[in-house]
Ligand binder design. Structure first.
Ligand SMILES: O=C(CO)[C@H](O)[C@H](O)COP(=O)(O)O
Length: 302
């Protein structure tokens, strides 16, 4: 079955020092959504976030996303890879008021006892997400059988999207797991109208495989952000893998006044050679007008 997938660049692979301009660049390129991972290091593979656990997710990545709040909120999808997502629902709601986000959480069968509390009250959780004008979804880790998601899709209060992880969650740049495509195929056959997303290792050589199996949402990190000229993310231009290229970004990207190595238009403030004797301060200031004083160094007797 041919589907035209939506593309969601994974901001995990973006330049964190320029999150706002990276997000704008992707939206300008025609991205349908922006994919935001919030990881607590329990559900995902051990990665740098696991070292700082919840605090890293909360303090760094999550709040840095507040710089996106001037974009249209409908483009955001938050992807929680955390044990307890209940507590995040309200936070997302208040940080992005009137947001139409999709909340996804990863289904972690390998954590047994610790995950059980939230696995048991998933209906309540779906209700809570919907009551905050957001759309709930669920993600399957590679080791989770597809059958486990059926009760969540076929229920009175169903999830609205299933994300099939095509790598072990944790970090970008991993190799696509082709065996996960079967999950997509089975799911699409069973639920023709369901939003089915794939995430991990997606790029020009793998998108077609996932899309032809029935995935209609593609998350891609390194293949988009790592490209010299990110490929088109416009749905209408994405029917087959021979994707047209975008022109390079025009104009100066947002920055704090400093050029980046590949900037087409240099930023107004040149990068200074700080290790040169003659280097001046990066903070321009008028010459100090301090009259000369005489100083006596050392302790004197009084
Ligand atoms: O969920 C993720 C990591 O857990 C990322 O969104 C995903 O890996 C995308 O990165 P890439 O396209 O580079 O594989």
């Amino acid at each position: 079955m041919g589907v035209t997938p939506k593309i969601a660049p994974s901001m995990l692979s973006s330049d964190f020092a320029n999150l706002a301009s990276e997000a704008k660049r992707m939206l300008d390129f025609g991205a349908d959504w922006l994919h935001m991972d919030i990881m607590d290091g329990y559900v995902s593979l051990l990665s740098w976030t696991s070292l700082l656990k919840d605090f890293a997710s909360l303090s760094f990545y999550f709040f840095s996303t507040s710089c996106f709040s001037h974009f249209h909120s409908r483009c955001f999808r938050f992807y929680f890879s955390c044990l307890s997502i209940q507590r995040w629902v309200l936070i997302v709601f208040f940080v992005f008021v009137l947001l139409t986000a999709i909340l996804l959480w990863r289904h972690a069968t390998n954590l047994q006892d610790t995950v059980l509390p939230f696995a048991e009250n998933w209906q309540e959780l779906i209700q809570k997400i919907k009551s905050k004008a957001m759309r709930p979804g669920v993600a399957l880790k590679p080791g989770t059988p597809i059958e486990e998601v059926y009760p969540l899709v076929y229920s009175e209060n169903p999830v609205e999207m299933v994300l099939v992880m095509t790598v072990e969650p944790g970090f970008g740049g991993q190799k696509f797991m082709p065996e996960m495509v079967d999950k997509v195929r089975v799911l699409r056959k069973k639920y023709p109208a369901l939003d089915i997303e794939v995430d991990g290792g997606l790029g020009p050589s793998t998108i077609e495989m996932a899309a032809s199996a029935g995935a209609n949402c593609i998350v891609a990190g390194s293949s988009i952000f790592g490209a010299a000229e990110p490929e088109s993310t416009k749905s209408s231009e994405r029917i087959n893998p021979s994707l047209p290229s975008f022109p390079p970004p025009t104009g100066a990207p947002f920055n704090f006044g400093f050029s980046k190595v590949n900037d087409v238009v240099p930023a107004p403030v040149p990068i200074l050679a700080f290790n040169n004797l003659g280097a001046t301060s990066i903070f321009p200031h008028p010459p100090l007008e301090v009259p000369p004083h005489g100083f006596t160094f050392g302790a004197g007797q009084t």
